[in-house]
Design a protein around this ligand. Sequence first.
Ligand SMILES: Nc1ncnc2c1ncn2[C@@H]1O[C@H](COP(=O)(O)OP(=O)(O)O)[C@@H](O)[C@H]1O
Ligand SMILES: [Mg+2]
Length: 372
Amino acid sequence: MRVTSLAVEGWRNLSRASLTSDARFVVLHGENAQGKTNLLEAVFMMASLRSFRESRPRRLIQHGSKSAGIELEVVGLSGKRKMRWSYGPSGRKLFLDDGPVSRLQEWFGPIRAILFCPEHAAIVRGGPDERRRFIDRARFTAAPAYLDLVRSYQRVVRQKAMLLRGPARDVELDVWDQRLVDLGMRLAQQRQQMVDELREPFKQMIKEIAGNETVDLQLRGVGIPGSSRGSLAEIVARSRAEERRQKRVLVGPHRDDLAILLNGRLARNYASQGQARSIVLALKLAELLAARHRNDAPLFLLDDLTSELDARRMRRLVGVLSQMQSQVWITTTDPAHLGPLPPSECLLRRVVGGTVGSEAGTRQRGTDGAEE
Ligand SMILES: Nc1ncnc2c1ncn2[C@@H]1O[C@H](COP(=O)(O)OP(=O)(O)O)[C@@H](O)[C@H]1O
Ligand SMILES: [Mg+2]
């Protein structure tokens, strides 16, 4: 899929900005705090209906404005689609080809995105919740209906937690345990499927980006197909007394972890900063490769590439991306860092103080890497 035009209004520090973006690589460059990431965030918002750095949508509205809007055109397997998002005093509104959107599944058909940003180092080095979020997000990008399952499961965990805090009767807890086990097993299965889909592409991409490291991915927790720890139902039943005591839901896939192994050890404990970056990048590229195997090509969004990668890894990254079908959006302070992007397929736009540089058409990257 390819976003061919993007316009925002009252979005962050961009009062009004637009660009036509019919290129494989869209590079947004400029000094710090100009609005590059804000623009990328707008694309991500359309692909996920949430921001990757702000949970309160109110904050996305430009200071002093009442509402924010994003409009784009995306071209993909289902042809050309027009999408509009807005958020204001009366809440969120979504339009697809000028009609209001009633089912979210409809929305995510034409547009999905994989994001890589500096904060994602936490996927390797942070807590299990970071890795669960990664795998859930990857599964959502592959199959948007997965979101419903995740939400239903989370609701059940919340309900059960509420019961545990009060004087719950066993028969009441039985009902919620049953739901938790049913949904939890389906969740674990889908996560396992995603991990299986990512494993080989991940190994392949680590070779491309980092060279001779050996990596592996394993889902760890209860209810995972083939897990030796007994069935989820058994473990949930066995844990009741302890859950009552702690008044918390102790067992279920909301506690799972994704073990990322680097040369046989947990990368969480052993990966250096540089290795962690390579691992996250390889995971994100693995998502892209897995998508290609499914004949899908989500957008690939790379935030702030300037500081992230050394020249060698950058060259390799660009090499890999050039072979993919996906449209790639990159923000950077210095496009010279990016190395050789295919000039005929590359669009450079300078972002200054919340405005996007003039539309001079697709432009080759100059020798100094800057746009005049
Ligand atoms: N709701 C908002 N209204 C106005 N400005 C905002 C809003 N949210 C963030 N900003 C401003 O946007 C700027 C950061 O933009 P950003 O896209 O992160 O910069 P960069 O070009 O470095 O990626 C900051 O100056 C910040 O104050
Ligand atoms: Mg930025």
